[in-house]
Design a protein around this ligand. Structure first.
Ligand SMILES: Cc1cc2nc3c(=O)[nH]c(=O)nc-3n(C[C@H](O)[C@H](O)[C@H](O)COP(=O)(O)OP(=O)(O)OC[C@H]3O[C@@H](n4cnc5c(N)ncnc54)[C@H](O)[C@@H]3O)c2cc1C
Ligand code: FES
Length: 276
């Protein structure tokens, strides 16, 4: 049993949860994730380890309610238990001391970039983080990112906070200013990661993205998380989730993510029916 020791609402459908999981907390590294189930018959959902506390024996997960399983998880309270939490899974992000690393987090993607930003800063790199959200009320973890970065730039689609525009506008500004960027790390919706990779490619700026295909076992056995990178088949759970953004077939990733769209819609309808 994995007890929820803390639950907070970060924005209207985004939650932060600290889970008692001492063995995972002891080993977790930036970029890694867990696969959990809310109940014995529950679906297995992957969530990035947004933070971990070895002393307290807890891991922090930040998730957005997008479908049945994340809604069931959102309904859990402090003191409730999760049936299974397996991890840490995936390869840790490659972190080293570089001159300047630009970290780009879009929407819920700010949670998984948080430990990566902190890792680069602790390694001695200058870290400029660009945080993007549709509007001010949807921006999460700004204070945590300020601590994890040398400098933070915020933008919102509607201009309600920070610079108006997309994260790519802010990144383009930095590139045009001549900032000597050694690496960009971008995590967020697939179209955002694709746009960041397209922007940096002509400049030859190394760009890492974290892919979120559908996953089932998380151990490289089921094949659900197949992605194409540099023309080769990779499994995001064991070969990633971080990959070179200039090599990723984002169009295929988007198609594969939508494979179970009608089943996902049915699942939400059943959930609404049962709870009425
Ligand atoms: C390595 C990894 C890390 C992730 N980290 C986070 C995170 O930190 N915070 C967060 O909010 N979300 C994260 N996700 C996405 C999260 O796993 C999905 O939002 C969740 O599984 C949706 O389940 P659902 O039943 O609520 O929605 P569904 O209605 O089942 O699906 C909604 C969307 O989620 C995708 N999805 C569904 N099941 C899975 C699955 N088993 N694996 C991956 N995607 C799935 C679907 O393709 C669809 O786009 C991560 C995904 C991966 C692969
Ligand atoms: S989730 Fe099964 S192979 Fe990656």
């Amino acid at each position: 049993m994995f007890t929820i020791v803390k639950k907070m609402n970060l924005s209207h459908d985004v939650y932060w949860m600290d889970i008692d999981a001492p063995y995972i907390a002891r080993k977790a590294q930036p970029g890694q994730f867990v696969i959990l189930r809310t109940g014995r018959m529950g679906e297995r959902i992957p969530l990035t380890i947004a933070d971990s506390d070895r002393e307290a024996g807890t891991i922090s997960l930040v998730f957005q309610e997008v479908g049945k399983s994340t809604m069931l998880m959102g309904a859990l309270k402090q003191g409730d238990n999760l049936d299974d939490v397996v991890g840490p899974l995936g390869l840790p992000s490659h972190i080293e001391k570089l001159g300047l690393v630009v970290i780009v987090g879009g929407g819920i993607g700010i949670a998984p970039v948080h430990p990566i930003a902190r890792g680069f800063k602790e390694a001695g790199s200058k870290v400029i983080s660009i945080l993007g959200a549709r509007s001010k009320d949807l921006l999460i973890m700004e204070d945590e990112m300020v601590k994890a970065s040398t400098e933070v730039k915020v933008c919102t689609d509607d201009g309600s906070y920070g610079q108006q525009g997309f994260v790519t506008n802010v990144l383009e500004g930095l590139i045009e200013e001549g900032s000597p960027i050694d690496m960009v790390v971008a995590i967020g919706p697939v179209p955002m990661m694709a746009a960041v990779s397209k922007l940096t490619k002509p400049y030859g700026i190394k760009t890492m993205v974290s892919l979120n295909p559908i996953m089932v076992d998380g151990t490289g056995m089921c094949g659900a998380c197949r992605v194409t990178v540099g023309g080769k088949i990779k499994f995001a759970c064991v070969d990633g989730p971080d990959f070179d953004g200039h090599e990723v077939d984002f169009a295929e990733l988007r198609l594969r993510q939508r494979m179970y769209l009608s089943e996902e819609r049915d699942a939400i309808e059943t959930l609404t029916y049962v709870s009425e």
